[in-house]
Every structure is written in C-alpha cells, then in structure tokens.
Design a protein around this ligand. Structure first.
Ligand SMILES: Nc1ncnc2c1ncn2[C@@H]1O[C@H](COP(=O)(O)OP(=O)(O)OP(=O)(O)O)[C@@H](O)[C@H]1O
Ligand SMILES: [Mg+2]
Length: 253
C-alpha cells in the first residue's frame, strides 16, 4: 500500500467537511474521487499533500507519517484545481524556476511535446488561454515522474484531443506502477480511467469500489445514472454494500 488514510476529520470553523475518511491507495491503480461541489474532494487531496492539516486521523504516505514528516511530498506530483502562477513569468521561466527548486536534471521536453506547448514557451503566463495554462500546469506536475500523482480536475479547460492525450498518459503511468488519484466531474473519463471510484458525500465515503460493481448494484448502464441512483437513494440495500441510501440514512442509523 502506498497511501493509508485513517479516520481523517477536517472542519473549517463549524463546518465539518471530512467526517472520518478511511482509505488505502495501492500502486498501479487509478482512483477517481467523485462527489458534488463542496463535498470535500479538494480538501481530502490537500490533506494527503500536507497542504491542509486535518483535525484528527492518520495519514501514511510510502511509510512516512504524513502529519509529521513532510519530506514525502517531494514524491508527489500535484495538479491543483486552481493554479496560482507568477503571472509575469514566461512559460520557460516558470519551468526553469520549478526545475531549480526541485531535483530535476533536464527540461521536460517529452511533456512539452505531448501537450504541444513549444510555441508558448516565450509567452507570459498571464497571456495564455485557459487550456494552455492547464497544459503548463500539467507539465509542471508530471515532469518529476513522481510515484504518486494527485490531479484535481486535471482536464479543466482541455479540448477533447488533449483530454484523450492526458487519459492515455495516465493509463501509461498506471501501467508503470504509479498511484494516481484524480477528481473529475467528467464521468465518462472517470469510467474509462478508474480502477476504483470513491464517492464523497456529506463528509463520508458513500461508495468505494469498481465502476462495474456500482453499475450492478444500481442496475444502471453508466456512471452518470449510477451516481444519480446514489443521490436518489435507489441503490439496492445489500448488506455488504458500503453504499448508503442517503434519504433513508436517518431512519436506518
Ligand atoms: N480554507 C478553507 N476555509 C474555509 N472553508 C473551506 C476552505 N477550504 C474549503 N472550504 C470549504 O470546505 C468545503 C469543501 O470544499 P472542497 O474544495 O474540498 O470541495 P470540492 O469537493 O473539492 O468541491 P468542487 O467540486 O467544487 O471542487 C466547501 O464548503 C468549502 O467552502
Ligand atoms: Mg475541488
């Protein structure tokens, strides 16, 4: 196991965002974290990265205690949901800057070519289109060839061709044994990419398992319908399923 998360709780003021999350992440697997806006996906990812400090719980990353030892972060590639760039820098300047901060010997040529941003290297970040900024953001996260990748809405702004490029790259990295955790609201992408779906709702994991199992439980044909079924409480209440019928939860609790 690469990442072990136990009973993670996080509140912002009185708002309880994560109410006790237990999850294990293994190598060579892609996990999609799904859930409505504000369900705590980014907060959960930032907790693993050490960018948000949980109020309670335990996080182990590659054998290091994620709450104390922050060295492990250098082995995680992270694409934030909202990237904050030094806007006046040019693309090649920001790549050089990041390269000099972290131990990376060479220019990330393969990723620059993959996302076709060669012609933008001399442009200032503030002048880039949304999709091109996102490609720069992806190159900056991928260039270190980290064993763990945490990607928060990585397809935001990408056109269909680049979304396919990213998808193929992630499947390639998975086959090399990387652990990939991704959030997306594009359900067909989650369906095509993921070994496991993790559905967050109201601070809890409402479903964790394969897409196939979820489709079977919900008697649906695709993830979109299956998630509608979770939200409408239409999942079969098999005893072994961790899927909770949210509308009947109070009754059954
Ligand atoms: N630093 C913060 N201070 C106060 N509240 C916060 C902070 N970060 C997140 N929150 C709140 O925590 C909740 C969960 O936010 P989070 O960004 O984790 O959701 P999300 O699932 O990633 O949503 P989205 O799909 O919109 O990206 C929201 O209600 C948000 O307002
Ligand atoms: Mg988010």
């Amino acid at each position: 196991m690469v990442i072990h998360v136990e009973n993670i709780q996080k509140s912002f003021g009185k708002q309880e965002v994560l109410k006790g999350i237990d999850l294990d992440f293994f190598e060579g697997q892609i996990y999609s974290i799904l859930g409505p806006n504000g369900s705590g996906k980014t907060t959960f990812m930032k907790s693993i990265l050490g960018l948000v400090k949980p109020n309670n719980g335990k996080i182990m990353v590659g054998g290091s205690d994620g709450m104390k030892d922050h060295e492990y972060r250098s082995n995680i590639g992270y694409v934030p949901q909202i990237a904050r760039f030094p806007e006046n820098l040019k693309v090649n300047e920001v790549i050089d800057l990041v390269t000099s901060i972290r131990k990376q010997p060479s220019f990330p040529q393969e990723f620059v070519e993959l996302f076709q941003i060669e012609s933008f290297l001399n442009q200032r970040l503030k002048n880039l289109s949304g999709g091109t900024r996102q490609k720069v953001n992806l190159v900056l996260a991928l260039m270190f060839k980290s064993d763990i990748l945490i990607l928060d809405e990585p397809t935001t702004g990408l056109d269909p061709i680049n979304t396919i490029r990213l998808k193929e790259l992630l499947l390639q990295l998975k086959s090399e044994g990387k652990t990939i955790i991704v959030t997306t609201h594009i359900l067909h992408l989650a369906e095509e990419l993921s070994d496991d779906i993790i559905f967050l709702l109201e601070g809890h994991v409402k479903y964790h398992g394969s897409t196939d199992r979820l489709l079977k439980l919900s008697h649906t044909k695709n993830l979109e319908e299956a998630i509608a079924a979770i939200l409408q409480g239409e999942i079969d209440s098999e005893e072994e399923t961790p899927v909770v019928n949210i509308y009947n939860r109070k009754k059954n609790a």
